[in-house]
Design a protein around this ligand. Structure first.
Ligand code: MN
Ligand code: MN
Length: 296
């Protein structure tokens, strides 16, 4: 069995977008514009966003994307994580980087990047995922930081961002080995030693995914469900992606209703438990007997 070519193309698009976006972000930029720009750049390069562009400022660690009426802007002193996914026919490349606009965190950002490189350097088929976690945990601690222990990398499968195997950011015993011809994302998140080292759910939710494609008994909700299925299948999406045909004031309520009906899953925004700043880097790769083929 070999890896579908779409993964390689998705990876190239993802890394190109990262490179361009990293150069373009500056203080004063709106989160809304950054997310839109990432997503339209993906489309212009021939891919589809695999999930809404995640933007995590400071202690916001994952699962936040710009709202329809998002007011947040990048300020001097912020640490900004951008996590983006590209898919082609459901084959996903997932990648992330962090920009520091605060000299106090420059070293933590660089440390996170270096820890990811260290983790990738031990990747080969047969290496247990817990060993990757050990390299991340030790690499973080050696540099004076803490990994976020309840976030992890993951196996990628067609139309599935989390394919059932997690790659921990800390040492875990008795874990499965990485397999050749499978596609994985590795994504260390680091925080400062005075942080909790884990994330908790925030009250906000603005990323959704279809989990039960069924009738609601309401014509406009049924239409929305079919539109979601047509556009995104089971991949995550957000309200911003539906305002071309749905009313800006209504869409959020409709999505919340579908969430209550268990037709949608809404992902809670994840924040560092003690409110400390978090940095993240991520690459998608394929293990071989000799090492990793990095797609992003
Ligand atoms: Mn990601
Ligand atoms: Mn990921």
């Amino acid at each position: 069995m070999s890896v579908p070519q779409e993964y390689f193309k998705a990876g190239k698009i993802a890394s190109k977008v990262c490179e361009e976006i990293a150069k373009s972000i500056s203080i004063g930029d709106r989160a809304y514009d950054i997310c839109n720009k990432v997503e339209s750049m993906i489309k212009n390069l021939g891919g589809e966003p695999a999930f809404p562009c995640n933007i995590g400022i400071n202690s916001i660690t994952a699962h936040y994307t710009a709202e329809i009426d998002d007011e947040s802007i990048i300020r001097n002193g912020d640490v900004v994580k951008i996590d983006l996914g590209v898919h082609i026919n459901g084959y996903i490349a997932d990648t992330a980087f962090t920009l520091s606009f605060n000299p106090n965190y420059d070293f933590m950002v660089k440390a996170t990047k270096d820890v990811l490189e260290e983790a990738i350097s031990i990747v080969r088929s047969g290496v247990r995922v817990g060993e990757i976690g050990k390299v991340i945990e030790n690499g973080a601690s050696r540099r004076g930081f803490k990994p976020i222990s309840n976030l992890s990398g993951h196996l990628l499968q067609q139309y599935k961002i989390h394919g059932g195997v997690s790659i921990p950011n800390v040492w875990v015993a008795s874990t499965p080995p990485l397999k050749a011809n499978e596609v994985y994302a590795i994504e260390p998140f680091l925080t400062t030693l005075d942080g909790s080292g884990f994330v908790v759910n925030d009250n906000k939710r603005n990323i959704y995914a279809l989990i039960g494609r069924k009738r609601t008994g309401n014509k406009s909700l049924d239409f929305l469900v079919e539109e979601i299925w047509k556009r995104f299948k089971t991949l995550p999406f957000t309200a911003r992606w539906l305002i071309d045909i749905f009313d800006k004031k209504e869409i959020k309520k409709m999505l919340d209703k579908l969430t209550q009906m268990k037709i949608l899953h809404a992902y809670p925004v994840l924040v560092e438990a003690s409110g400390k700043v978090v940095a993240q880097f991520e690459h998608t790769l394929i293990p071989t007997e000799r090492g990793a083929i990095v797609l992003t």
